[in-house]
Design a protein around this ligand. Structure first.
Ligand SMILES: Cc1cc2nc3c(=O)[nH]c(=O)nc-3n(C[C@H](O)[C@H](O)[C@H](O)COP(=O)(O)O)c2cc1C
Length: 257
């Protein structure tokens, strides 16, 4: 899916091509966005902006995705775009644009903001597996590699069982925000063994990266410190050691510099 096995994870309103370029020397993939695609999610994003959240709200979101991916073409990093939608048509359009750029289309089933959930997108999709699988199948049919951003600790959601369904629907990658439930990564790895598993939340150093890799993650991602080269550099070193040299150092005896 991408090498090296470290990604920069979406920060809405911040993760554009310039953000990805500054992370590119350290990461194998940069998840741009998230961006709201249809009228319901755009209205939700506007309400979120009204209460000080930062969001991308370009006039034409599909054209924006195309522009940003074009701007990133010269960078040595695989691009991905995180999208929110309550309807299928714009997902197909966004996925086709991603496919043209060999970028990954990431469906956001992660955002927990009330407005986005009320619009029928973000985390609310975790409780509606049929609709989420439909979104995945639509993006896959449009020719893109598909990732799904999910989170643990959502009441009533059996994430490993849902992960198996998403893999069957055509998801190539699962991007799991483990919250404070890191061992769930192992359960997802077991439930969807063929799917590329990116573990996220609190990855800051060798120890936190290795914890997820021990659980079976294929890669780790970094959100909030994705603009901090010192943090990215030390995680990159750790994942390279894990995957390239197989030198699985004990974090207790090899603390990060
Ligand atoms: C301000 C902010 C905006 C975010 N926007 C998005 C988003 O648009 N899409 C998404 O999937 N995750 C989004 N996230 C979640 C992050 O990608 C990441 O999952 C989370 O911050 C945990 O990882 P970290 O501990 O490395 O920051 C956002 C997080 C923050 C703090």
């Amino acid at each position: 899916m991408f090498e090296p096995r470290l990604a920069a994870a979406s920060l809405s309103g911040e993760s554009d091509a310039d953000w990805a370029k500054q992370a590119a020397p350290h990461v194998g993939c940069a998840f741009l966005g998230g961006i709201a695609l249809d009228s319901a999610t755009r209205e939700a994003a506007r309400e979120m902006v009204d209460r000080e959240r930062t969001e991308f709200l370009p006039e034409d979101p599909i054209a924006f995705i195309d522009e940003q991916l074009t701007a990133l073409e010269s960078a040595d990093v695989r691009a991905a775009f995180n999208v929110r939608s309550a309807t299928l048509e714009p997902i197909a359009e966004a996925a086709a644009v991603c496919a043209d750029h060999d970028a990954i289309l990431e469906i956001n089933a992660h955002c927990r903001q009330e407005e986005m959930c009320a619009a029928g997108a973000g985390q609310s999709l975790l409780r509606d597996g049929d609709r989420l699988c439909e979104q995945v199948a639509t993006a896959a049919d449009a020719g893109a590699d598909v990732s799904v951003k999910v989170r643990t600790e959502v009441e009533g959601v059996d994430l490993p069982a849902l992960s198996a369904r998403l893999a069957d629907a055509g998801a190539d990658a699962l991007h799991v925000d483990a919250m404070d439930s890191e061992p769930v990564v192992a359960e997802v790895a077991e439930a969807a063994p063929e799917t590329f598993l990116i573990a996220n939340n609190g990855v800051r150093d060798r120890a936190t990266a290795y914890e997820y890799l021990e659980y079976g993650a294929d890669a780790v991602s970094v959100g909030r410190p994705s603009d901090n080269p010192t943090v990215l550099r030390r995680i990159r070193e750790a994942v390279d050691e894990w995957f390239t040299t197989g030198d699985r150092l004990d974090p207790e005896v090899s603390p990060d510099a």
